[in-house]
Design a protein around this ligand. Structure first.
Ligand code: ATP
Ligand code: MG
Length: 511
């Protein structure tokens, strides 16, 4: 007898429909044949499924059984077909009564040998696929159903075992429909590190606040021990809460990368990724035999922190340029081409030279001009071009370090950031722009008008500081964010002047 179960295959962060066809009762040796471009993990599924069937009190097929995963030209990856295969076998061997529900739902899930379900990657994408293909709902392992419950318009059920799934399909067991009942962690991990602990560095802290408020890329340059890494680690504590749509995108990527299968609770917050500089290009950009998200996509709608920027491989910095500009990355592999979103805020830190002490009052720099130039060249040009704010973090004096008074708390800074994001949300409603940093040239002309007086001021400053032309739009965008933080509708001269000072690396002699 032939049975079919709807399932899906993960393609990047989206799911494509897959039909699991099981035909039992064929003549020949009693064995199982799997066709339809399965990878090794899918092929191993028969061992898991047979054991799960036996341990759940069911019979394994006594005749030759063929399992076809259609369409045949799509590569099937991972152990997610265990549950649909097991249900298909039960239906094809007449062990299941009343199979209507089997046609109504999209099913995916890994099984353990005992018959218990295991969480899978891509639960959210499968729910979206179920909705797109007009299914009534999804049936997933309970731990994966949690994220799927964010998708509206379909039913979402989570099962803990094959036995439960079977009884639900037969109609003998009613499960709670989880749709719309997403449980968020009521006490999300509060960022343990607070800006109050950072002494001095008021200009750097101000630059970080502006950057987070407007979603601007930021670069910090300074000698060892000036607190660059310390400040960057405190950014999660001041990031604004994501909107529902932003959060869905974040979760879809995390779900496809398998991050959510390990988490016990969903936390509504933006990602903060800090890859080590030894990371591979694939780890950074995404890829693999079946293309999956890399660090730049995992940082989507959040922050990517690249500490010690010049230590990253030149190739990694080169390949990041396009995604930084587009907010998306396209990966081609033998298994197909996928485009993944990666609209992140880049925070980078570096020393002014290889020894770190160029321009420092504390210690003499021991680098030759050639060494300094080579070091800077690793990050200069096109990458710097995409960074809105450059800020120098000077070494702190002992007196400043001894200062006992705590600085401003992260909570106070975050409040201002949220307020300025609300202004931006209203400004960009009905567009696909999400923050000031996203503005294209046309949006800049519309939202950052400056009169002739300010135009002259900007021109004079750019000429005096020898700023290159590429700084122009960036200064206007940052001025817009500074004005928003100030709750000012128009960009005023003080906003513009503050934005201009954040282009220190742009001066021609520094490149
Ligand atoms: N502004 C500061 N306020 C309080 N402590 C600080 C400050 N700056 C540095 N420190 C202390 O110095 C330590 C080292 O700072 P951090 O690692 O952030 O420096 P860095 O600028 O990243 O240096 P490197 O260039 O070597 O990476 C911090 O863990 C902290 O204890
Ligand atoms: Mg550091």
């Amino acid at each position: 007898m032939l049975a079919t179960v709807s399932s899906a295959a993960l393609q990047g962060i989206q799911a494509a429909p897959v039909m699991v066809e099981v035909n039992s009762g064929e003549s020949g040796d009693p064995r199982l044949i799997m066709v339809g471009l399965p990878d090794a993990a899918v092929k191993e599924s028969d061992d898991r499924v047979f054991s799960a069937l036996a341990n759940s009190g069911y019979r394994k097929p006594q005749t030759r059984t063929t399992i076809n995963l259609a369409p045949g030209d799509l590569r099937k990856e991972g152990p997610i077909y265990d549950l649909p295969i097991a249900l298909g076998i039960l239906a094809a061997t007449n062990q299941l009564e009343g199979g209507q529900r089997l046609r109504d739902y999209l099913v995916a899930g890994e099984l353990s040998l005992s018959g218990a379900t295991r969480p899978i990657r891509g639960g959210l994408a499968f729910a979206m696929q179920a909705r797109a293909s007009g299914k009534r709902g999804v049936l997933l392992p309970l731990a994966s159903a949690r994220e799927a419950s964010l998708v509206s318009g379909i039913e979402v059920y989570g099962v803990e075992s094959l036995h439960q799934a079977m009884r639900f399909i037969e109609g003998g067991l009613e499960l709670p429909n989880l749709a719309g009942k997403t449980a968020f962690d009521p006490n999300p991990d509060k960022a343990e590190m607070d800006f109050a602990e950072v002494k001095g560095q008021s200009t750097v802290k101000r630059a970080v606040e502006i950057a987070v408020a407007g979603g601007h890329n930021l670069l910090m340059i300074g000698p060892p021990g000036s607190g660059k890494s310390m400040i960057a680690k405190r950014i999660p504590g001041i990031m604004p809460e994501p909107s529902h749509d932003e959060f869905l995108e974040i979760l879809q990527i995390e779900s496809a990368a398998g991050v959510t299968t390990q988490a016990t609770r969903l936390q509504k917050r933006r990602p903060y990724r800090a890859p080590h500089h030894t990371i591979s290009d694939v780890g950074l950009l995404g890829g693999g035999s079946i293309p999956g998200p890399g660090e730049i996509s995992l940082a989507h709608n959040g922050v990517l922190f690249m500490d010690e920027l010049p230590e990253f491989k030149r190739s990694a910095l080169e390949v990041m340029r396009q995604p930084l500009e587009d907010g998306s990355v396209t990966i081609s592999r033998s298994a197909g081409k996928v485009t993944l979103p990666c609209n992140f805020m880049l925070v980078a830190a570096l020393n002014p030279c290889p020894c770190g002490y160029l321009g420092s009052q504390q210690k003499e720099c021991c680098c030759s001009p050639h060494q300094v130039r080579k070091y800077r060249q690793r990050v200069s040009g096109p990458l710097l071009d995409r960074i809105d704010l450059h800020i120098e973090a000077p070494a702190l004096s002992i007196a400043e370090l001894r200062e006992a008074k705590p600085g401003e708390s992260s909570a106070a800074i975050r409040e201002r950031v949220e307020a300025s994001r609300n202004i931006q949300r209203t400004r960009f409603s009905n567009t696909n722009i999400r923050s000031n940093a996203d503005m294209n040239h046309k949006a800049i002309r519309e939202h950052c008008p400056i009169g002739p007086d300010l135009g002259d001021l900007l021109q004079r400053a750019m000429e005096q500081l020898k700023l290159s032309a590429r700084a122009y739009d960036r200064i206007l965008k940052v001025s817009r964010t500074i004005a928003d933080l100030d709750h000012s509708e128009n960009i005023q001269s003080q906003h513009l002047l503050e934005a201009i000072q954040f282009r220190s690396l742009d001066r021609s002699e520094n490149i």
